[in-house]
Design a binder for this molecule. Structure first.
Ligand code: UD1
Length: 433
């Protein structure tokens, strides 16, 4: 297994290109199942999760062609052409779904297109139990007959889905995406109340519109979808990754650096930018993206609670905690979305952080200096928070289980070392040699 070694203490200086958003690209790839024509997606990031989704779609019979080889230099997104003119299998098998929970987004499109779908239940993951009951009950409202059978969700709608009013009792991102895709091919109109407003949901809605769907209320918590008999092919370019942008903003802040995030959009990270401003970090719009640096050299502890968009994203909670570990004073971070998302805390403590956890809240007392240590990644965002801590720490940090990072960050070590970080990947084969 690869590891990442960081020698901390170098301020980041330079430009970091922001890749296409993983969480936008995954449902966009699944949207190809809604039409027999070609869907072309641009600015797709080079990530392990994208490969997993491509493999899943391939086994459903989707023809895929990748344009743009993985670049040695630069970070140009890839263009992917997907043609689902024949669905070879309606089953998403356990072996692929267990690798990536987001595989659940094939359920809505497969059911709407084929009248039947069988998708493995994703099961728990490192950050909590993460059920999919809201996806299931909403599809039932659209007329699907659903059985849970030997670990699989078996959904049938032989006469097609029909529009309905769906009221989500809590905000679910992939739940909203699944239902939006299913409703686009249902008979009649669907209203989704308490829909997720995340930019990735809006990006999917824009792509579906380009494919011929009629969706009102894009970007709001009430979506109205007029079902269509069929959708057609389209071209769509994936939005930049706001979580990657927020992560690198915190990397700039934690190292007292000065970084331009190329392609990043302020409207996607307004809440994050406001909170970082309170903490003493300035984020300014530039012609190419966003410039991030400390306003007056000091960092100040701030309180934060994770919330659905436009609130502070849970996917940046661990990174903010790393930053707060070296801020002046205390800060309180409360996680409201997932029940087990403080796995980074014991690892940060091993680097000298002062953190106490009470239920869903963590109290962080800033320390002058973190110290490097061997640490273990437990999930995607926890692992990147340890990399941030390593960039600020005195001495050497070795991050184990880097495959978590590779699921969601495109060549993190290359982007950071181009800005002066002392960071390198130790490949398994190098160690064996
Ligand atoms: C998506 C993101 C993930 C992010 C999360 C919250 C993708 C591919 N992943 O995950 O990175 O952390 O949004 O912003 O876009 N819930 C239920 N029943 C359901 C569905 C959800 O109880 O049927 C609960 C979840 O356990 C969680 C909350 O609702 O507590 C929000 O989860 P949800 O928005 O669905 O997260 P994902 O779509 O899985």
């Amino acid at each position: 297994m690869d590891r990442i070694r960081i020698r901390g203490g170098k301020p980041l200086k330079g430009k970091i290109p922001i890749s296409g958003a993983k969480n936008a690209a995954l449902p966009l790839l699944a949207a190809c199942l809604l039409t027999d024509e070609k869907l072309t997606l641009g600015n797709v990031p080079h990530l392990a999760d994208i490969t997993t989704m491509a493999n899943l779609l391939g086994q459903h019979g989707v023809g895929l062609s990748l344009n743009g080889a993985h670049p040695k230099q630069g970070f140009a997104g890839r263009t992917i052409e997907l043609t689902a003119n024949k669905i070879a299998s309606i089953t998403a098998p356990y072996d692929l779904v267990r690798k990536m929970r987001a595989s659940i987004v094939v359920l809505g499109p497969l059911l709407a297109r084929c009248g039947e779908a069988k998708v493995s239940l994703p099961g728990g993951c490192a950050i909590g139990t993460r059920p999919v009951d809201l996806h299931i009950s909403a599809l039932e409202r659209l007329g699907a007959d659903i059985e849970l059978d030997q670990g699989y969700i078996h959904a049938r709608a032989p006469k097609g889905l029909r529009g309905a009013e769906i009221i989500f009792p809590m905000v679910t991102v992939t739940g909203t995406e699944n239902i939006m895709m299913a409703a686009a091919l249902a008979k009649g109109d669907t209203t989704i109340v308490n829909a997720a407003r995340e930019p990735e949901v809006a990006d999917l809605a824009q792509c579906l519109t380009a494919m011929g769907a009629e969706i009102e209320g894009i970007g709001t918590d009430k979506l109205r979808i007029k079902g269509q008999g069929r959708l057609h092919g389209a071209y769509h370019s994936v939005i930049p990754d706001r979580i990657e942008a927020g992560t690198f903003a915190m990397a700039a802040a934690i190292t007292n650096g000065d970084v331009e995030l190329l392609g990043a959009r302020l409207e996607h990270i307004q809440t994050v930018a406001r909170l970082l401003a309170e903490a003493g970090v300035s984020i300014e719009e530039t012609a190419g993206g966003l410039r991030v640096r400390r306003a007056n050299g000091m960092l100040q502890g701030v309180d934060m609670m994770t919330e659905p968009f436009p609130g502070f994203p849970t996917d940046l909670q661990a990174q903010l905690m790393a930053l707060m570990c070296v801020a002046g004073g205390a800060s309180m971070i409360t996680e409201t979305i997932f029940e087990n998302r403080f796995m980074h805390v014991p690892e940060l403590r091993r680097m000298g952080a002062s953190i106490t956890v009470h239920n869903a809240s963590a109290m962080i007392r800033g320390v002058k200096q973190l110290t490097g240590a061997p640490v273990m990644a437990t999930d995607l965002r926890a692992s990147v928070s340890l990399a941030l801590a390593g960039l600020a720490a005195e001495g050497e940090t070795t991050l184990n289980r880097v495959y978590h990072l590779d699921r969601g960050y495109e060549r993190l070590e290359d982007k950071l070392s181009a800005c002066g970080a002392d960071i390198e990947r130790i490949r398994e084969q190098d160690e064996a040699a």
